[in-house]
Design a protein around this ligand. Structure first.
Ligand code: SAH
Ligand code: SF4
Ligand code: F3S
Length: 443
């Protein structure tokens, strides 16, 4: 292969933080091989789309995005690569449906990307039409010797484990990201030190099942404490943990270390034991509440958030009421609530019928959102009159005259910039005078 001018790559990322982190890896891998990057899609020789497959909506968003690229490709040469979970999930079916795609690469195949893209650019120049796929999942790939090319900001993502072995019956992740594997702790600490030197104030440890991290004598409690000990790092977060992997040592590590944030995202999925069993979640509603209590006893000011699915196969009104009751009982700080979306190849798709009408799923989501919103608003009001420590991230999304930052519990705080200094990455104390279900207002 011969690269004549530096080909410019534009990358667009959909899906979860693990995809954000993977896009930073991809950028690093491609830059090492002489590719350039551009923020401007119009000027790109290669457009990469890093995709998500978690719900049908995610697929739809990407299909409509790909049709925009089709228009772009009509007018000029362009190599289009689809990466990530949807590429892995739909494989060649996706490439056949979408003639515009030149390269497909799944989450474990990114080391092959420089070669595949260079070949695709050569083929395009010679007027050849060919497609290349790299879709093998690996039991070992952790990309541990690659330093990601990070986005600017206050937060550095560090992927500490990949894949998932839980096979929750609704979930596509084990099929798109393969078997669970943990990264060498030394390479993680090296990355944490590098992030600190580059001025990142916060590290978020990532994995689809992050607290089941284990490598030799290292478990997640030991890892997160060691990362938080790195000088220069103000805050350490993690996502997403599974409720089954919360030994006392982990809860105690979170409580004990001043730089580990007191925020735990604890996906519930359902409050009905029958549905939890069908989902393969391995806990009951009672177990979940007991865990919430245990965490709150050891980490008194903890902020707890969750994910819930409405309308899973055979979910009755009674099952839904059990979820609503559990949400009332748990009094969590906030929740992401989703309509169940059947995913191809999953256990639920093979064993159960997706029989809750879409409209009813929607009604249940709306009901639960309303219940949680009231709880969140009430929970946020407890900060009124208090001083909270905020890590400044930048301008508020709604107005550049307002600054925005996060509390240790990951709650958004906004304030008028003229009432104080707003340099991103600074830790400041803000006095909270008002609160809504989404935001605390500080001065
Ligand atoms: N690894 C995390 C979840 C990753 S996916 C965990 O174990 O909790 C993020 C959230 O998407 C899940 O918690 C679940 O609530 C939701 N989700 C996953 N598959 C889904 C599906 N098929 N339909 C609707 N929501 C789904
Ligand atoms: Fe999906 Fe369950 Fe794994 Fe989370 S733990 S990624 S929900 S299979
Ligand atoms: Fe989506 Fe894959 Fe993340 S399916 S949620 S991008 S792991």
């Amino acid at each position: 292969m011969m690269i004549k001018t530096l080909p410019q790559v534009h990358i667009e990322t959909f899906g979860c933080q693990m995809n954000e982190s993977d896009s930073e890896l991809v950028r690093s891998l491609l830059k090492q091989e002489g590719f350039g990057f551009t923020e401007d899609r119009e000027r790109a020789d290669v457009v990469l789309v890093n995709t998500c497959a978690i719900r049908e909506n995610a697929h739809k968003k990407i299909y409509s995005h790909l049709s925009e690229l089709k228009t772009l490709k009509k007018h000029r040469p362009l190599v289009v690569g689809v990466l990530g979970c949807m590429a892995q999930n739909l494989k060649s079916e996706l490439a056949e449906k979408e003639p515009l795609i030149d390269v497909l690469a799944g989450p474990d195949s990114y080391r092959q990307l420089p070669r595949l893209l260079a070949n695709a650019l050569d083929a395009q120049e010679e007027g050849l039409k060919q497609k290349a796929f790299a879709l093998d999942l690996s039991e070992y790939e952790t990309y541990e010797n690659i330093m990601p090319d990070r986005n600017n900001g206050v937060n550095a993502w560090i992927t500490v484990m990949r894949g998932c072995d839980n096979f929750c019956s609704f979930c596509v992740v084990p099929y798109t990201r393969g078997r669970e594997r943990s990264r060498d702790p030394e390479s993680i600490l090296l990355e944490a030190r590098d992030a600190a030197v580059r001025g990142f104030k916060q590290i978020t440890l990532l994995g689809q099942n992050v607290n089941s991290y284990h490598h030799g004598a290292w478990d997640f409690a030991k890892l997160i404490s060691a990362v938080a000990d790195q000088p220069g790092i103000e805050r350490v977060r993690f996502t997403s943990p599974h409720p089954k992997d919360f030994p006392p040592a982990l809860i105690e590590a979170i409580a004990a270390h001043p730089r580990i944030c007191k925020h735990i995202h604890l996906p519930l999925q359902s409050g009905s034991d029958r549905i939890l069993e069908m989902m393969g979640r391995t806990y009951t509603g009672t177990d979940y509440l007991a865990l919430v209590d245990r965490i709150r006893t050891i980490v008194p000011d903890v902020v707890l958030t969750t994910d819930i699915i409405c309308g899973f196969c055979s979910e009755s009104d009674e099952d839904f009421q059990a979820t609503a009751r559990l949400v009332e009982q748990a009094q969590l700080d906030s929740a992401y609530i989703f309509k169940y979306s059947e995913r191809k190849n999953t256990i639920a798709a093979r064993k159960y019928v997706d029989d809750v009408p879409d409209q009813l799923k929607g009604q249940r989501v709306a009901k639960l959102v309303e219940i949680q919103r009231a709880i969140t608003a009430e929970r946020n009001r407890r900060y009124i009159g208090k001083a909270v420590e905020v890590l400044i991230e930048g301008d508020a999304t709604k107005s550049s005259t307002q600054g925005m930052g996060k509390t240790d519990g990951n709650i958004t705080v906004v304030w008028d910039k003229n009432t104080g200094h707003s340099e991103p990455g600074t830790l400041l104390t803000k006095h909270i005078f008002d609160a809504s279900a989404a935001t605390l207002y500080g001065e």
